[in-house]
Every structure is written in C-alpha cells, then in structure tokens.
Design a binder for this molecule. Structure first.
Ligand SMILES: Cc1ncc(COP(=O)(O)O)c(C=O)c1O
Length: 323
C-alpha cells in the first residue's frame, strides 16, 4: 500500500483514507495548532518492528504539553493505537505519522476551548533523499533562513507551526539546486536541516549542536550519539560555528526520514574526501544493523508488531510471569 490507501485512525476509529477528513474551519488549518511525530516500522528478518516508538510517543506528549494540549487518549493508549493501526493495514514496513491537533469549535486565536483531536496515518516511505544519497551523500547549502530564536517557537516541540520555517529552508535549497539546507540559529551557530539533525566529524571526534541551538531533540540524533559512544567514538554536543562545516572531515544528517545520510558538499565546498567518510559509515552500519535486527538490540529499541514476533512474545511472556 502507498500514500493515499488503507485505514487511518481518527479519535479511536479506523476510517478509510478517503474519509479521514476535517472541517475547513478547524483551528489547526488556520493557525498550525498541531503537534506530531514521524516514526518508522521496519521489516526485519525477525518480523516487523517499530523503531523507538516509546521515545516518539514521549516526544509527542512533551510537544503537546508545551502547547497546553491534553490528548483525549493516554500515552500508552495512543502507542497501542499505532500498533493496532499497523496491524489493521497489515503493513510490513511503513512510516508512522501520529498527529494531535486542535479541531473544530471556534476560530478565535485562543486554542484553549477547541477540542484536542488525534489521528494516526501510515504510508510506505523509502529513502527520503533517495537510495543513492545513503551511500554517496548529498549536496547541501547553508540556508539564508535561520531556525526560530529561543523564546519564539519552541523547537523542543515537534509542532506543525515549526514546519513553516522548515518549508522555507527546503524550498530555497531546492530552488538553488541543492538537496537540503542547513539552518543556523539566530546567533549564527549551526543548528539543523529542514527536517534532520546535523553531525560533523573532525579529528575523529563527532560534534553535534546542542538542544539550545534551536534543534529538534531528534530520536535518531540520540540513537547516533548512543551508537557512536558504543563504538568508542567521542561525541560532543556544543555550539558550532558555521565555518566548521567547510573544514570538517565528514558531515552527515540524522533523522527518521533521512536515517543517516552523508553530506558530501556544503555551498559547493567539498566536505572531506567528498564521499561518505569512515566514521559516518561505521555509525550508519551500526544503525542499519539495529534497524534490520542484524545485531542484538541491546538498547531495546525495536518493538515487534505482529503476534509471534520476538519482542511481542517476550513482553507477553513477562506479563504472564508477573500475573
Ligand atoms: C526539524 C527536524 N529536526 C530533526 C529531525 C530528526 O528527528 P527524528 O530523528 O526524531 O526523526 C526532524 C525529523 O522529524 C525534524 O523535522
């Protein structure tokens, strides 16, 4: 199945894709009053498994809290609904998009009286920047648009409103012939791409901007930091100057959509050797080994979806042992 088919979960009911509609007078349409997630379910040799769904649901509820939204469902119930929707659609692998939004009531700016609705959409989504990008890397630019300044649009929240900024970054990059744009924060430090976190490698150390540099706290970012440290690589989260991009040995993006994608040039200046570097490759390999269930899932990042698959069986076993 692809985008535009299957069932969508809306406020507790499974409805056909074509019928999953909201009114044009919904608050979210006018004011961007929604928070959402983007997660993935992978097909592995051991079965279909969601990658770090717990962490995605935690961030969804954090985002909702920042925006004073109280979802009608609890975090465990919405988590369960994601798994049920995957099963109902019989997906082996899919992209997962839960969204919590202000629905239909009034169109005053004040969102507080407006109901908080929720939906879960699934579709098949392959390599976001193309399969070739994962091995050969992408050409990117530094955007003329900055990420939102602190105390304006909170970047720890994955809010729909933030993506107006992302869209400006992305459109400018595409129209200039690049795959992606890297935004600075308003102080001129490196921040992130339009929909992915940024990593640099210099002298065998991995660097990434801290959360205070207007970045989304990416689940893949956290996974990269963990996997790199598992590999014995030093990782530093610190404010980084723009020009470090040009003298880095390696650079790469990390995100659910792009997974781990090497950057081969910035502003037409070659990064390192102009191809995927060895540290990027090692981290990418470790990441793909986990999501493809080729190595032990020692951090408990995979949650198997269908009955009889390993983690489900393990969880059911642990429950039975407690009962
Ligand atoms: C602006 C932005 N930064 C970073 C990320 C990466 O986050 P994650 O790894 O949780 O997908 C995303 C992806 O959703 C994003 O939209």
């Amino acid at each position: 199945m692809s985008f535009g088919t299957g069932k969508i979960w809306m406020n507790g009911a499974l409805v056909d894709w074509a019928d999953a509609k909201i009114h044009i007078g919904s608050h979210v349409v006018h004011y961007g009053t929604a928070v959402f997630e983007g997660a993935r379910c992978y097909e592995t040799p051991r079965g279909s498994a969601c990658f770090r769904l717990d962490a995605h649901m935690a961030r969804l509820f954090d985002s909702a809290k920042i925006y004073r939204m109280q979802p009608q469902q609890s975090k465990p119930d919405l988590h369960k609904a994601v798994l049920e929707t995957i099963r109902a659609n019989q997906y082996k692998a899919c992209y997962i998009r839960p969204i919590v939004y202000r629905g239909y009531h009034t169109l005053g700016v004040n969102p507080l009286p407006v109901p908080v609705d929720a939906a879960i959409l699934l579709w098949e989504w392959g390599a976001y920047l193309g399969q070739d990008a994962l091995t050969n890397g992408v050409d990117v630019c530094v955007s003329s648009w900055a990420r939102a300044a602190g105390n304006t649009f909170p970047t720890l929240a994955k809010s729909s409103a933030n993506y107006a900024n992302s869209a400006l970054i992305k459109m400018e990059a595409i129209s200039e012939g690049y795959s992606e744009g890297i935004a600075l924060d308003t102080a001129g430090n490196l921040s992130e791409g339009s929909g992915q976190n940024l990593f640099l490698v210099r002298n065998h150390t991995v660097y990434t901007p801290p959360l205070s540099a207007s970045v989304l706290p990416g689940i893949t970012r956290d996974s990269v930091i963990t996997l790199a440290r598992d590999l014995g690589i030093t990782v530093r989260e610190e404010m980084l100057p723009r020009e470090l991009l040009y003298i880095a040995d390696e650079a790469f993006f990390a995100g659910t959509a792009v997974e781990i994608t090497p950057i081969r040039s910035v502003d037409k200046i070659q990064v390192g050797s102009g191809r995927r570097g060895p540290i990027t490759e090692a981290i990418q390999q470790a990441f793909f080994d986990v999501i493809n269930s080729r190595i032990e899932d020692k951090h408990g990042w995979l949650e198997y979806v269908y009955a009889g698959e390993p983690r489900q069986a393990a969880v059911a076993g642990a429950r039975a042992a407690r009962a």
